[in-house]
Every structure is written in C-alpha cells, then in structure tokens.
Design a protein around this ligand. Structure first.
Ligand SMILES: [Zn+2]
Ligand SMILES: [Zn+2]
Length: 939
C-alpha cells in the first residue's frame, strides 16, 4: 500500500500544486440552484459571503490576509457542514486610485490625460487593467481562498454598470437625486470633489493672521476705525462678502448696521449679526467667505449673501481675485500678507495649530470650495438603514454587528448623516447618465442614451462629464451581483438563493464608506423586489447581509501599527514563502477574536510550521503501520472513515479516550466558530493534534501495534481502525484552517483515490450527543498526571533517560480508584514513564512505615521513584524551599484577588472558578511540599 507522501514536509512543494488544482477544477463554484434539480448538495441553506472587493490596483497586505483567512475558514467550515456555501470574489475599479496610477504612467511618458482626451484615456486605463489589474486576486488564488472564481466580477463590467445606471435613474425618478451648489472638499491635485470620509485630518502648525478691515462712515469713506478679523487662510479674503459679529457682543454694539471696506479688493461689505459667531474665538469678528468654508456657506444662506468663488480647479486664484488672479493659493497668500502689511492693515501674526484636511489619496491639502455636484437626498434611505440595525417589533435585529460596539458607531453616523455627494470630477468610473440641454438648460436623465432633450426636443444635448463615486457602485454589489435590476420569474434563482447574504467580514475603516452604503442601497432596492411567492419583502429580508463581522488590526510583534514610515510592515507573501500558507493562516487564526488586535510575531508562525511538521510526521508513522499491517493481512475497515469515529465499549482505554477527545474537540471547535472565536477553535485543534493525539495517543497505540508472529490480528485491526479514523477526522477538522497540508495528507491516506475531489468537500466533524462525557476522559487524565508526575520526579532526581526505575505509588485519600486505573494500565505507565515495576502502597503504609521516603505528587497518587544514585539532600531542600515560596506567593495573590469585590464583579465566571480550583490545588501542593521538607534527613 504505497502512501505517496514525501518524507519531509515542504509547504512550497505542495501548496502551489493544490492552489492550482482547486482553481482548475472549479471546486468551489456554486451553480445557480435549479428548482427542479435533485442534487442534494444544493438543497441546503445558503451561506453567502461577498469578498470586500479589493481595488484593482491593490496588492495583498496583512489586513487582507487576516480578513481572507477569516472568511475562508468560515466558508470552508460552512461548506463542509452542509451549507450551499458561496464566497463571491471581484475587484473594484477604484476611481481615484486607478486614475492616479495611469496618470503617473502618462507623466513619466511626458504626456497627460488632458493631452490624450477622455476617450483615449479611458481606453488606456482598460489596457492597464488588462495587464496589471487584479494581481491581488492571483495572490488570493495562491493562498487557497475557496471562492467561486466563475462568478468573479469587476465593478465596471457591463451587467454591473447596468445596475449602477438603473439605481441612479430610479433614485432620480423618486426625487432623491438633485444637483446643487455646495461646499465640497476639493482636491486640487486629483481635481475632484472628495467625500468627508476621504479627507484625513492632521494637526498642523500654521498661523493666525489678524487683518484690519476699515469701518466706513455714513458717506462710505474710511472712518479711521477698524474691525479686526482673524483667519488661517488669508487668501480666501478675496472672496469675503461680509464680516459677522455676535449681536450681543458689547465691544461691537456701536458697529451694528455699519459697513466695511474689504482691503485689497476695495469692496463694500456689510457687518452682519449672527448668534452662531463665537465671542471668545479670535477677535469675535469673523470674515464670511461662503464659497470657501462650509460654516460661512451656511451663514451666507441664512443671510442671502452672494458666494464668490475665487479659485479654479487647481486652487489657483481666478479672475474674481483681481490682482492676484493666476497665482497659486500659497503664492497668493504670501503676496496678500505682504500687501496688507505694507498698507498697515496687518494687525498681527500668531502661531496657531489647527486641523488641516488632506486628500486621503494624494495627501494634498484639501480646499473647501463651492461647486455644483450631484447629491442623494439620503434621509429616506438612512431611515431604513437605521431600522435594519435596531431591534424590530419582534425584538430581533435584521443585521447584527460583531463586535457589538460597532452598532453604536454605525447608528451614530447614520443618525447624523448628510446628503451624499455622489459626483466625482474624474474620467474613470461610471459616467452620470444625465444630459444637459443647451437650448432649455434642463436635464434629461435616461436609462438609454437619449438623442434629444426630453423637455424641448433639442438635439443640442451633452452628457454630464462627472462620474459616480466609486462607493455608489460598490454599495450596490449585494444586489447587483445576483442579477438586480433584472429580477424576473425566469432568472431570479440566484437572487432567491443568495440574497440576503449571510455575512460580511470587513475592516472598521470602510464601515461608513461601504458597509453603511450597502445597507442603505440594499434595503432600498431589494425592498422593492417581491418574494418568489409574490408577497412583499420585509426589511429583514431586504438587508444585504444578516451579520457584519468587523475584523481587528494586524499589528507588529510589539503591538505597533504597521506603517511604511516606521518600516515595520510585514509582507504576507514573504512570510508565506518562508513558512508556508498554512502556518501563516494558523498564526492569524490562533489570535483572531472579536475586537482584539493581533500582534503578529513570526516566532509564532515558526511554531505553527513545526505543528504542521508534527502532523506530517504523524501521517508517516500512520502510513508505515498501515503498510506493515497489510503485510500480515490486516486492513483498516474503510467504512470507519469519513464520518465521526466511534469505538466499542470494551475497547482499550486510549481508544475510548481519543475518540471522546475528538468528539469534545469537534464540539468546541464548532461552537467557537459559531461565535467567531477563531482563536479558541484553532487552539483547541492544536491541543488535540499535538497534545492528545501525537504526544499521548500515538505513544500508547504503539503498544498495540505489535506485528510479531504472535500478533493478535483482531486487536491490531481495532487499534489501526481507531488510529486511522481519528486521524482522518482530525484532518477534516483542521482543514479549514490549514487547507493545503490536510489536502495532501488526506489524498495520501486514500492512496490518491479519495471519496471526494477534495477534503474541502467532505463532512465537517460534529460531536455525537453523549460522546464528550465518556468516563475514559477522567480515567486518562489520572493516568496522564501520574506519568507526568513520575517524569518530573525522574528529572529532579537526575535519572538517566534510558534507565527504567521501580516506583512505589500511594493513592491519595478520596481519589476514586486511581490506583485501579493504574494497575489496569501498567504497560502504559511503564512505557511512557520509564517504569520497570510499580509497588502499590496503602494509605496507612504511606503515612506509616514509608513516611520517611521521598514522596512526590503525581496526579492522583504520591510516588517514590526508587533511584539509588547519589541523592543530594541540599539540592532537594533548596528545590522544596523554592516550591514552597512559589506556592505561598501564588496563593496569597489568588486569595487577595478572590476576596476583591471589584475583581469578582468584573472577571468572567469561568476565570473566577478556575482561580478557586487552582487555589485549592495549590494549597494541597503547598501542604505536601512542606511535609516533604520536614521529612528530609539531616545533612
Ligand atoms: Zn488628491
Ligand atoms: Zn431642452
């Protein structure tokens, strides 16, 4: 029986091969369910999850790797648990990022987007996309993400573009889209409006310039008095239309109703009274520039003031800026300050630190600027999106957040939401389907490109040049990827099967950008689609996903945020090359739990690489024994494989125990994954594989695998069947976490001819109802503690490793039948603890004639390891004294904590219970150590 497994575990040698195989075989493709099909695999409830589409320009970073590992574990687990699991991948056209990337290329070629013209530029971006786009998905393929590649989309695909257009037109028809002048965050580099979310605020040292505005007398001449205003952006004064003061500010009561002369521009401007003005800030007089500040804009609206925009798209002063026209904003600032000083109008310059907005993409200082944009009247959409997250009439939430705290963050934002500015002055993206008429100046919005104005019939119409915000299209993904808006009776199978999706796993940074927009647009548009039976859809069935899991941050080993400036960025691909994907995935999983950031330490990854190696070696041991058994005509019962192993009641202890352990492990892993406790799940499997299976079970089962002449074939077959079936089930249990090594070994276990095309398509282990409570588990613990105790004692005494020793064992009072278990399993104790013979001592003798022996604690018994070598009483005294000090300190700590009401109120019940138990045990150990110290002979 040749098991085709290389001797040494080398992840690079196996991972590429399987990654390619999974993609080539389309193993994770999920067909549209056919209502008439009898394929049982498609009968189950769906588990649908959308990959947050990475930017088409993106490269994989640690955040992706964590996010994708979490998604892949859950998807593989749900799939193996019988759900129709669909993980849907795609990429985002990423308007600004992609346009910038190509523009940079053009610059290096000595040309520009403007020189190329719109059409040629867009063609150029498509070309770029064909060559370099989506590299991040190739990285995902290599990492084994179990997505349905046949459903891969790009947000600019034809069918998704249709959805974008339909959404825009429909919202327009519903009166929810309007065009208006508004203060936007303008990036002079990207030459587009950007949303509040795309602005990064940084504290920056600057100045506060105090400027004297001459007060005019009744004849319009300078009165000799000045009103001093303070500003951080003096260049905006060119667009001032008023100065505002608080109506009750006593310093300025005499100025009510007067006018000022705007310096440099020689424009008469009024003094306004407005309660919004803070008397305490600066001089209490505020210049009003509606075209360049959102607060001033609001003030201007209240007082019906004109808005004078003094800058162009590049933030150069325009013709409205008089003598300063054509100057860059900062050049103009310098000149303005110099001119004011020369005219004696500069009252002072103060150092001032303020929060300055920068473009998230290009880091240019953002210019608040008045411009005409397209907006969504967001209130009606927000109302649904709020209701979807709050408990409904039945007390249930349609969308649940994990960790729960993000629900509050979300609601807080949603309840204070502003209309959404959806237009961007870019070329790359979905162009707004609106046409301006040169004749009647009205706008035609249409599903199909119009040739005439719908209002006047003129042919002189031109399409809007703006494109839609990228998040407008990605916000529609949950509906558009399943066929919306084209949901008809014939083609709604996908929509009915996969919408609402089950779960969204994403980062906090796009909670508002993306998560909130999907909820708004999903509830709005899906809500219009009747259920298959024609009845109307509830909000609970309109939401784009039922659960949102916000993953944590991956930090460096010192818990520092990774950043290029700090130089502590870990490239997941590099780590994968070094240790293998499985080990990196396992590292992330073993630390991932809701709300806890991950301190990524490669030392841990190295440890999990060793874990994989351990499993590999276990497979080798297994295969060798299977092959040797075959030589004497014994084979594993194939029917025992593929399900949950069971064991006969009269089977040896280690067999009953390992099967019970497996069931308990499966129960804990399933429960942990239900609660997004990747860490608990991973650590539980790790403990099982490394501790229970390799360190204990394999060592014991060797005793049963005796292939000599006198071999008991029935016993060998039983032992081998338990060994192989438990190992096979454990591989399945581990498979979502370490898909590559488990696939490789699983194939070898079936000699390359397994019952399914992949271990990922088998059944996930689930515990039987009673199996976790087997008495074998307690019996085995007693045995293990005894063996560990003897080993420790041997070490203390310096017994040479190869030397077996006799021991005396005395059972503790009340440790129910410990010695009975031991005497039944003498061979195990002898083998694992290097014991040549055991003498059982009664409790009376333990306290009587043997009292003066060197008793040590070993689980439920006290033991004496009879080793005749030189016994160092001084060293023993020192050791016991140290132990006593250690227990005393620990007990004092525990006692203090357990009597601290604050600790008891805050700590989880299982921690408190654990501490109590530990304290009780340590008290006993302390007592024993003291007794042993007393019993030491005089030196
Ligand atoms: Zn920018
Ligand atoms: Zn017209």
């Amino acid at each position: 029986m040749p098991h085709d497994l290389p001797k040494a575990y080398d992840p690079t040698a196996i991972e590429d091969r399987w990654a390619e195989y999974w993609v080539r075989e389309n193993l994770f493709a999920v067909a549209s369910p056919d209502p008439n099909s009898k394929d049982q695999r498609l009968d189950g409830e769906s588990f649908t999850i959308l990959l947050p589409p990475p930017n088409v320009t993106g490269r994989l970073h640690m955040g992706h790797m964590l996010n994708q590992t979490e998604m892949d574990i859950l998807t593989r687990w749900r799939r193996m648990s019988g759900r129709r699991a669909l993980w849907l991948p795609g990429t985002d056209h990423a308007g600004i990022a992609t346009q910038m990337m190509v523009e940079r290329q053009l610059t290096s070629e000595g040309t520009s987007r403007q020189q190329l013209g719109r059409e040629a530029f867009i063609e150029r971006v498509w070309e770029w996309k064909r060559h370099y786009g989506g590299a991040i998905l190739d990285q995902m393929k290599r990492l084994g993400a179990s997505v349905d590649w046949q459903r891969e989309y790009f947000t600019m695909d034809e069918r998704l573009s249709v959805a974008v257009r339909e959404a825009f037109v429909r919202l327009h028809e519903q009166g929810l889209i309007y065009r208006g002048a508004y203060i936007v965050n303008w990036c002079p580099r990207c030459q587009t409006a950007i949303s509040d979310l795309e602005v990064v605020h940084q504290e920056q040292k600057g100045h506060l310039w105090e400027i004297r505005y001459p007060v005019l007398d009744a004849n319009g001449a300078d009165s000799g008095e000045f009103l001093t205003v303070a500003t951080t952006r003096p260049e905006t004064m060119l667009g001032d239309v008023a100065v505002a003061i608080h109506p009750e500010d006593e310093r300025y009561l005499h100025l009510h109703g007067k006018k000022l002369r705007l310096p440099l521009m020689n424009r008469e401007i009024p003094i306004l009274l407005d309660e919004w003005v803070s008397r305490d800030f600066g001089t209490g007089a505020v210049k009003v520039t509606p075209a360049h500040d959102p607060n001033d804009f609001a003030l201007g609206e209240r007082h019906h003031l004109p808005s004078i925009n003094v800058m162009d798209d590049r933030a150069h002063i325009n013709a409205e800026g008089g003598a300063y026209a054509g100057l860059d904003r900062y050049v103009a600032r310098k000149k303005i300050v110099a001119d004011l000083e020369e005219q004696g109008l500069l009252a002072g310059i103060k150092d001032h630190t303020s929060s300055v907005g920068h473009c998230d993409r290009c880091k240019t200082v953002v210019e608040p600027r008045l411009s005409t944009q397209w907006f969504i009247r967001i209130q009606p959409l927000a109302e649904k999106a709020i209701a979807a997250v709050k408990p409904g009439a039945d007390g249930r939430k349609a969308i649940r957040f994990t960790p729960e705290q993000y629900e509050k963050t979300y609601l807080n934002w949603m309840e204070n939401i502003h209309d959404w500015c959806i237009s961007r002055q870019l070329w790359w993206g979905h162009r707004i389907p609106a046409w301006h008429c040169a004749a009647c100046h009205k706008i035609t919005v249409a599903r199909v490109d119009p040739s005439v104005c719908v209002h006047c019939g003129s042919v002189e119409i031109t399409q809007e040049t703006d494109v839609l915000d990228t998040w407008f299209s990605s916000g529609l993904l949950p509906v558009s990827v399943f066929g919306w808006p084209n949901i008809t009776a014939e083609n709604r199978a996908d929509f009915d099967a996969f919408y609402p999706t089950s779960l969204l796993v994403t980062g906090f940074d796009i909670l508002f950008f993306w998560v909130a927009r999907m909820i708004m647009l999903g509830c709005w548009f899906a809500g219009e689609i009747p259920l298959p039976d024609g009845s109307s859809r509830s909000l609970a069935d309109s939401v784009p996903f039922r659960e949102v899991y916000i993953h944590a941050l991956v930090r460096d080993a010192n818990r520092e945020k990774m950043s290029k400036t700090k130089g502590n960025v870990i490239d997941p691909i590099e780590i994968v090359k070094q240790y293998g994907t499985d080990a990196v995935r396992f590292t992330l999983a073993s630390m991932a739990s809701p709300g806890t950031d991950i301190a990524f330490n490669v030392a841990r990854t190295e440890g999990y690489r060793a874990f994989a190696n351990k499993i590999w070696n276990a497979a080798w041991f297994l295969f060798q024994n299977v092959d040797r058994a075959a030589e004497i005509g014994v084979a594993v019962d194939p029917a025992a494989l593929g399900g949950m192993p069971t064991v006969a009641e009269d089977a040896p202890l280690e067999a009953r125990w390992i099967v019970a352990e497996l069931h308990a492990t499966a129960a804990k892993v399933n429960e942990s994954l239900e609660n997004y406790r990747y860490d608990d799940a991973a650590n539980t499997i790790y403990q099982f594989f490394w501790g229970s299976f390799c360190d204990w079970y394999l060592e014991i089962v060797k005793l049963r695998l005796d292939f000599s002449e006198a071999a008991d074939k029935v016993q060998i077959k039983a032992a081998l069947t338990t060994l192989v079936s438990v190992f096979e089930a454990a591989l399945r249990l581990l498979s979502p976490f370490m898909p590559f090594i488990t696939e490789e070994i699983w194939y070898a276990l079936y000699d390359g001819d397994p019952p399914a095309k992949s271990i990922a398509l088998t059944q996930y282990p689930r515990a039987g109802a009673e199996s976790g409570n087997s008495p074998a588990r307690n019996q085995m613990i007693g045995l293990q503690l005894l063996i560990i105790g003897i080993r420790a004692r041997r070490k203390e005494l310096g017994v040479p490793e190869k030397l077996s020793t006799h021991i005396k064992a005395a059972e503790w009072a009340g440790s129910h039948g410990g010695s009975e278990i031991v005497s039944q399993h003498l061979n195990i104790v002898k083998k694992l603890a290097q014991v040549s013979g055991i003498e059982f001592v009664t409790a009376a003798d333990r306290l009587g004639k043997y009292e003066s022996l060197m008793w040590a604690v070993a689980g439920p018994t006290d033991v004496v390891v009879e080793y005749e070598a030189q016994f160092d009483v001084a060293a023993e005294r020192e050791r016991l004294t140290k132990d006593i000090a250690k227990y005393e300190k620990q007990n004092a700590n525990d006692e203090r904590q357990l009597s601290d009401p604050a600790f008891l109120a805050k700590a989880p019940a299982h921690i408190v219970e654990g501490k109590k138990k530990q304290l009780a045990e340590n008290r006993l150990l302390l007592e024993k150590a003291r007794a042993a110290l007393d019993a030491l002979p005089e030196e």
